[in-house]
Design a protein around this ligand. Structure first.
Ligand code: FPP
Length: 245
């Protein structure tokens, strides 16, 4: 049993690359889709735990812009799960005061999902609890490229002096402009990659790679991850206090 963490020890923003659904299913001789179904149950448990722990921001990588390369049947299953999740869980999220956002391309997903996303964001826009963000059809390089293109266009049209471009101005053009940068990025399933997730935003994030496959990641695993974070020393490029003294 782990001790409760104080608010000051908690990361303000936890972002998770939910990996390993396919391997979880294969180990059980089940189709990959069954792994994604179990993955949704893990999403539900982790979101509930985040609310109970008082986390401010949780961002989950639900579908990457590269995931379109998967077989049509698997993409269809993931889209169906996304629809089902929003239908079944929105009332609970509203009741818990969560503010839901979706970051990603949007234009490429089916019209009914786009409408669902807009509805979820509108319904929860005034909520002050957990900021729950799903990265959906999201790619970090594409996000950065889009921001650069927007700034370049503004400069070309004479609306922006290139000399005034700062990191803050750039960050304001990203999907995550309303959120603090992640303090902790977790990837499950033993892979040590960022896979195009929050590339700009993770500049100073603590990275935590755990062996657990996503469907087995729950309340306890999240709590353990938060304890690992609390034990780390963050320097943001500076020296630690011992070295300065
Ligand atoms: C990676 O596992 C996971 C994904 C590509 C999608 C994540 C989706 C979910 C957890 C379910 C849907 C989410 C919501 C919010 C409804 P993988 O298939 O790459 O696993 P593998 O590497 O073992 O094959």
């Amino acid at each position: 049993m782990l001790n409760a963490l104080s608010k000051a020890q908690l990361p303000r923003h936890v972002a998770i690359i939910m990996d390993g659904n396919g391997r979880w299913a294969r180990k059980r001789h089940l189709p990959r889709e069954a792994g994604h179904v179990a993955g949704v149950a893990a999403v539900r448990e982790v979101v509930r735990a985040a609310v109970d722990l008082g986390l401010e921001n949780l961002t989950l990588f639900a579908f990457s812009s590269e995931n379109w390369k998967r077989p049509k049947t698997e993409i269809g299953a993931l889209m169906a799960l996304f629809r089902a999740f929003f239908r079944s869980d929105m009332d609970e999220l509203v009741a818990k005061g969560a503010r839901v956002r979706i970051i990603g391309h949007r234009g490429r997903v089916a019209g009914d999902i786009q409408a669902m996303i807009e509805d979820a964001e509108t319904r929860t826009a005034g909520n002050k609890g957990l900021n729950l963000t799903f990265a959906f059809d999201y790619g970090g390089q594409e996000e950065i490229t889009n921001a650069a293109r927007e700034l370049a266009r503004a400069a070309a049209e004479g609306r922006l002096d290139p000399e005034t471009i700062t990191t803050e101005l750039f960050a304001a053009r990203l999907f995550t402009s309303a959120l603090p940068e992640p303090d902790l990025v977790i990837r499950t399933s033993g892979e040590h990659r960022l896979s195009n997730f929050l590339l700009w935003q993770s500049a100073y994030a603590e990275l935590l790679f755990v062996e657990t496959l996503w469907p087995d990641f729950g309340r306890e695993a999240l709590t353990q991850a938060l304890h690992s974070f609390a034990a780390r020393e963050r320097r943001f490029g500076a020296l630690n206090s011992d070295a300065v003294a």
